[in-house]
Write a protein that binds this ligand. Structure first.
Ligand SMILES: Cc1ncc(C[n+]2csc(CCOP(=O)(O)OP(=O)(O)O)c2C)c(N)n1
Ligand SMILES: [Mg+2]
Length: 525
């Protein structure tokens, strides 16, 4: 078989790849020949940005690495934004791309789709970016990639393969396994952490995307020490919003930040304590209490906040040991966790734009249990991110790390493809929607069932307000998509316009009850 086929064969046989996202070109045909033979589902977006966001949405939903198959040069450069998003938010993504033939690599005489240094272009937004000119190295590099995805801080990997290498004939590749055991914590650190947690009178838990698999452990620890739990955007859903100790993803609310700062012991798990979550004008939290930090990444563990106890380990192992040690103490603590969490939830609700709440409540009351929600950067979504409930992990897809526009629609498509039994809702603004609007065509071709809610305030409203806040004359913010519903219908979607919350509830309910792609435009007066 050819190298292109052998790579796909290995990925399917040994790594369980069953879905890829990408656009073919002359340069990557050998990878597509392999995809055709393998029976892998190939999802064709309308732009490589769509491929990357779909792969990322698919990855959040499944917990597995999303895979993109792209062409050299523009195929890769078009995908840099979603690759950077996955990098920013520590998610796994395998990007396989063709590159310039070996004899022309770096020669600069202008081969088609050539970049001087394709792997260099994305090196700063990947954990590993390599051009492989010797086909026999491919199994080892794929294994390294999987190790990054599964045993370290997960981040994207880009592998570029020259077209002549993709065409070479080889025997099927064999996996070269590297077993990396998960990072175990030091017992002494766990004991110190347990003592500190047990001695706390005003504890707090902040859980980030690195703790996504640990919702139950975090809940048990919180119940034992009677602590509220604040979730970052990437952890939303890992502890259900219905839990009495769950504050939700409200780190942006000043009262919540104050409460964290005033807590005497704060357990931070798998979080950068990112500006994007705090939106704190670049100010780090100034903890007055002691901080226990658990992170898989040794470089991350003391960034911005140097903890009293630093546990560089797999969150699952560390939290399991903390849970065991706490239960050995056999004490139930009483630290007003429930009333603190309730007050913080109320602060969050009163801290968002009040006129948006009825729309958010309508969505919350209408959507079926377990609905996957993808949000874009739009005013309705900012408020929803803070106050809308989310009761299952891997069902809240948000771009608030990298903060790019246009990711919600393709991420929602990726999630719908990952599990067609789930309801999927995307919340997008009229400005951000246009960044990836072409993926509405892909949604129809893929037979995706989803609902897209367009918050149409005719322009970049958040930025309009930002100009006004600093008394700068408005510029470039009053953009329009003219007749969004006509655009949606043109792509084959069912489209309805609403202006009132009552009408919205009725239309949304109908949309969830019927299969297909539904577009609801809320025209904001
Ligand atoms: C790729 C990209 N370009 C520009 C921005 C800056 N930006 C942030 S929010 C925003 C407005 C988006 O408008 P819309 O989607 O209509 O949402 P609204 O604020 O109007 O609710 C802009 C332009 C960005 N976040 N990402
Ligand atoms: Mg807008």
């Amino acid at each position: 078989m050819r190298v292109g086929e052998a790579i796909i064969d290995l990925l399917v046989r040994e790594y369980g790849v069953d879905t890829v996202f990408g656009i073919p070109g002359v340069h990557n045909i050998e990878l597509f020949r392999g995809l055709h033979a393998s029976g892998v589902r190939v999802v064709a977006p309308r732009h490589e940005q769509g491929a990357g966001f779909m792969a990322d949405g698919w990855s959040i939903s499944t917990g597995r690495p999303g895979v993109c198959v792209l062409i050299s040069g523009p195929g890769l450069t078009n995908a840099i934004t979603p690759i950077a998003q996955a990098y920013h938010d520590s998610r796994p993504m395998l990007v396989l791309a063709s590159t310039t033939p070996t004899n022309a690599l770096g020669k600069k005489f202008g081969p088609l789709h050539d970049l001087d240094d394709q792997s260099g272009v994305v090196r700063s937004v990947t954990a590993l970016s390599e051009t492989i000119t010797d086909a026999s190295q491919l199994p080892a590099v794929l294994e390294r990639a999987w190790n990054i995805f599964t045993s370290g801080r997960p981040r994207p990997v880009h592998i570029a393969i020259p077209t002549d290498v993709l065409e070479q004939f080889v025997e099927p590749f064999m996996r070269t396994p590297i077993n990396t055991p998960p990072n175990a914590p030091q017992t002494s650190d766990i004991q110190r952490a347990v003592q500190m947690l047990a001695g706390s009178k005003r504890p707090m838990i902040v859980a980030g995307g690195g703790s996504l698999e640990c919702g139950e452990l975090i809940t048990r620890i919180a119940e034992t020490i009677d602590s509220p739990i604040v979730l970052t955007g990437n952890a939303k859903g890992e502890v259900p919003s219905t839990h009495k100790l769950c504050v939700g993803s409200a780190l942006v609310i000043p009262r919540v930040q104050e409460e964290i700062e005033q807590s005497d012991v704060v357990l931070v798990v798998g979080s950068e304590l990112s500006d994007a979550d705090l939106y704190n004008g670049g100010r780090a939290l100034s903890f007055s209490g002691k901080v226990i930090r658990i992170d898989i990444d040794a470089e991350q563990i003391s960034r911005r906040v140097a903890p009293e106890i630093a546990i560089v380990a797999s969150a699952k192992l560390a939290l399991t040991q903390i849970t065991d040690e706490l239960s050995r103490l056999g004490v139930e603590f009483s630290n007003s966790g429930e009333s603190r969490a309730t007050n913080l939830r109320l602060s969050a609700r009163s801290g968002v734009r009040q006129d948006l709440l009825p729309w958010i409540d309508a969505m919350e009351q209408t959507m079926p249990e377990g609905t996957v929600v993808a949000v874009d950067s739009t005013q309705l979504a900012y408020a929803a991110h803070t106050v809308m409930s989310c009761n299952s992990p891997r069902s809240w897809l948000a771009p608030f790390g990298f903060g790019t526009l246009g990711c919600a629609l393709p991420m929602a498509i990726g999630a719908a493809i990952a599990d067609s039994t789930k309801s999927v809702l995307a919340i997008v603004g009229d400005g951000g929607w246009l960044f990836t609007v072409a993926e509405m065509a892909a949604a129809i071709d893929e037979g995706v069932d989803m609902v897209l809610v367009l918050w149409d305030n005719r322009g970049y409203a958040q930025i309009r307000e930002s100009f006004d806040d600093v008394r700068a004359p408005r510029m470039g913010v009053d953009v329009s998509s003219h007749d969004p519903s006509a655009i949606a219908r043109g792509f084959g979607w069912n489209a309805v316009d609403v202006t009132t919350v009552d009408a919205f509830s009725i239309v949304l309910n109908e949309a969830f009850e019927h299969r297909g792609a539904h577009f609801i435009r809320i025209s904001v007066s």
